[in-house]
Design a protein around this ligand. Structure first.
Ligand code: ADP
Ligand code: ZN
Ligand code: ZN
Length: 720
């Protein structure tokens, strides 16, 4: 009897491949094999063995077993199978996500023992000849690293093996143990405050198996301290833990705190690791070492064996949702993973996502509140600053400049926040606040700069953008958000003596640059920080006493129903950077809509009250989380092709439960010469929607379509 195995390949195809198992080859699901595929030889993962062979087809045999143990343990496999079905992504690609790149390429699952290097105490770059620039740079770099660095890390930083060898010859650096001696000395944690202790006591212990808890803790309440205590008190010596964070390189302080208390049990997982580092970390986890992984999104797919706890910090952060390809939510996978691995999941945020908050109100998650800041710090005072008819300079009003001046004169620090997320290109009158709306829908018209048109994204209405305000004829009628680019220049001109520190994607791209910025801020010296969303990410800036929000209005009138949620989350997070130390914090929010109820609620600082309000609105409109949503996105060389494809797909869908919007051009209809459109699907329940999508995907995959056309499903989309 011929044995057959079903194999997953890393291909964008929604199917598995059957192969013949050679006599004497023993296979278990999760194992890596090599199989012939056309003229190629590919790495495959065993999904099923003992499969009924298809009649009348001669299968090709598996060529080789790559190791005699399954690289994917059962829970990891189940997780990815569930994710593939839920997000409608090809199973092969999902399973391969759980492997480090080296193993995807068929390399052996063993770590090559990397050499570790550190600079000798007395070694200084001056000891080197003047022309040895690269060696000097390497030595300086090594000296600035907190721990010894592996050869592969050094090479990844742009240095060569020759440069390393030369420094070694000169006795300036030496080989060393991989684990820094410092890491083993674990400090004692500060004891929890009363409020923290009470919240802590409400979180279920790991012995109870799976549980999901939403820890709502206001900014500066010390959520990280609670995570640390939870792991220290409850995680057993032999257990693993996962701490998911939005962006590791932006919060080196948090990582350092974990390092201080858990030493070499901590390992990190993020996109800046090179292939060697990834393989090594992956193997530690797969071998069951009792590590605590601090990682970004993709770390939820790692092959953990004995998870004792999962923590998702800043659980509302949209970076947990992958924005392309396999569009999974790491937060949601984390909860499912906790269920599979029977361990508690702790979701922490000062501004929980509406989904998680709803889960907490229905009892699916437990809600634990922590509403006091640590020590003497008090929550900041939020005030709206109406900027209608006020002359703005680089987006700043005279009142805001005056407030900044007062703080700078008192040698305090100021943070100026330029909101970009949820930036809706709408035309607004800066005199009367008028915004153009669609005559046929309850929706604002979107401004398209290219052809100066106003369009509705819920119907096909369009009109030319008027030169002056249709309501009051003022010519201060322009797209919202323009002019903020000059904010930094204006600040520099107004405060020539004060350091202006820019924090955005560009200024923090290099490794260590955010560290330098934080160092400068933490030195306490008076300065002005100017930046975007990145400033809202969990930083602890004890000396910032004033936050100025340059433009709150972008998010108020977005066509995306999630914009209000994201706006208040961002504004509260960025506000949370003020007044964390002894000086009380003030937040000034510039707006042309100071009567807007959302902004007025924001000033009370009570996030849960606002979340209730948003939930009520979503319930009234029957939007997520009350109904399930998915998008079918298409892009092609012409808009006609994209729309025709989506029209065809729409024809495939049936069922009275399904509401369909579109097809419509996407908000950004053309990107890199591709014309994008989407179909929005809404259903009362996730199950039926998932089944419809599955049938649809199979159909779309089979169907003939223009070669330039690409399509994708986005389940639980964050942008519509
Ligand atoms: P959150 O993440 O909730 O905004 P953090 O965990 O960053 O707050 O804590 C804010 C500040 O308070 C940090 O500087 C932290 O070191 C300090 N802190 C938190 N809890 C305690 C405690 N129990 N004792 C002393 N300091 C604490
Ligand atoms: Zn309309
Ligand atoms: Zn007007």
């Amino acid at each position: 009897m011929i044995q057959t195995a079903r194999i997953a390949l890393s291909r964008p195809l929604r199917r598995l491949f059957d192969y013949q198992v050679p006599v004497g080859m023993r296979l278990t699901p999760g194992q890596r094999v090599r199989v012939p595929f056309g003229r190629q030889s590919l790495v495959g993962l065993v999904v099923e063995t003992g499969v009924e062979p298809p009649a009348g087809i001669k299968l090709r045999p598996i060529s080789q077993v790559l190791e005699d143990w399954p690289v994917l343990p059962p829970e990891t496999r189940q997780l990815m199978q569930w994710a593939a079905a839920y997000y409608q992504h090809p199973l092969g690609e999902c399973l391969f996500m759980s492997l480090p790149p080296a193993l995807r390429r068929g390399r052996p699952a063993t770590a090559n023992n990397d050499l570790f290097w550190h600079a000798l105490e007395e070694a200084t770059p001056e000891a080197l000849p003047a022309q040895a620039h690269r060696q000097k740079a390497l030595l300086t770099w090594l000296r600035s690293q907190p721990t010894p660095c592996s050869q592969s890390t050094i090479q990844a930083a742009g240095f060569t093996p020759d440069q390393i060898r030369n420094l070694k010859k000169r006795n300036l650096i030496e080989e060393t143990e991989p684990q820094p001696p410092l890491a083993q000395a674990c400090e004692k944690l500060p004891s929890l405050t009363h409020a923290q202790e009470r919240a802590f006591g409400e979180i279920p212990r790991p012995e109870l198996g799976f549980s999901a808890t939403l820890l709502y803790g206001i900014t500066g309440s010390g959520k990280t301290e609670i995570y640390l205590h939870y792991l220290q008190r409850y995680l057993k010596q032999e257990q693993q833990a996962l701490v998911l964070v939005p962006e590791i390189n932006l919060t080196p302080q948090t990582v350092r705190r974990f390092n201080r208390y858990f030493g070499d049990r901590i390992c990190m997982w993020h996109s800046a690791l090179n292939d060697g580092e990834r393989l090594k970390t992956w193997l530690r986890i797969r071998n069951g070492e009792p590590v605590i992984v601090i990682g970004t999104r993709s770390s939820v797919t790692l092959p953990f064996l004995s998870l004792g706890a999962i923590i998702v910090d800043e659980e509302h952060d949209t970076s947990f949702k992958q924005g392309e390809g396999f569009r999974y939510s790491a937060r949601d996978l984390a909860v499912y993973r906790g269920h599979l691995n029977r361990c508690p999941v702790l979701l922490g945020s000062a501004t929980p996502s509406i989904e998680s908050y709803q889960n907490a109100t229905t009892g699916k998650y437990r809600l634990v509140k922590l509403e006091e800041r640590v020590g003497e710090a008090r929550p900041p005072t939020l005030r709206l600053l109406d900027i209608r008819s006020r002359p703005l300079e680089g987006g700043l009003s005279p009142k805001a400049i005056q407030a900044i001046r007062e703080r700078i004169e008192r040698k305090e620090q100021v943070l100026v926040f330029v909101n970009r997320r949820g930036f809706a290109p709408v035309m607004m009158c800066f005199d009367c606040g008028h915004i153009s709306e669609c005559p046929r829908c309850d929706s604002r018209l979107t401004y398209h700069r290219k052809d100066r048109a106003l369009r509705c994204h819920h119907c096909d209405y369009q009109t030319a953008a008027p030169e002056t305000c249709p309501a009051c004829a003022s010519d201060a009628y322009s797209p919202v958000g323009q002019g903020t680019e000059r904010t930094e220049d204006i600040l520099q001109a107004s405060f020539p003596e004060t350091p202006i520190i820019r924090v955005d994607r560009d200024s923090t791209r290099n490794r260590g640059s955010i560290d330098r910025i934080l160092q400068q801020v933490n030195s306490g010296e008076s300065c002005i920080l100017v930046g975007t969303q990145m400033l809202a990410k969990g930083h602890d800036f004890p000396n910032v006493s004033l936050v100025v929000v340059v433009n709150a209005d972008g998010g108020l009138f977005s066509v995306d129903f999630r914009a209000p949620e994201q706006l208040i989350q961002t504004l509260l997070q960025v506000s949370g950077r003020a007044g964390r130390g002894r000086i009380p914090g003030t937040v000034l929010i510039q707006t042309c809509h100071s009567e807007h109820s959302l902004l007025n609620q924001l000033c009370t600082g009570n996030y849960l009250a606002m979340a209730e309000h948003i939930l009520a609105e979503r319930a009234a409109l029957q939007l997520p989380p009350y109904r399930a949503m998915a998008l079918l996105r298409a892009e092609a060389t012409t808009m006609e092709e994209s729309l025709a494809f989506l029209d065809g797909a729409k024809g495939q869908l049936t069922g009275s439960d399904l509401e369909i919007w579109g097809p419509l051009p996407a908000v950004i209809a053309r990107r890199a010469e591709r014309h994008r459109a989407q179909l929005v699907l809404i259903s009362n329940q996730k199950g039926p929607l998932q089944r419809q999508l599955q049938t649809l995907c199979h159909h779309l995959e089979e169907q003939k379509k223009p070669s330039s056309l690409k399509w994708q499903i986005d389940v639980d989309p964050l942008e519509t």
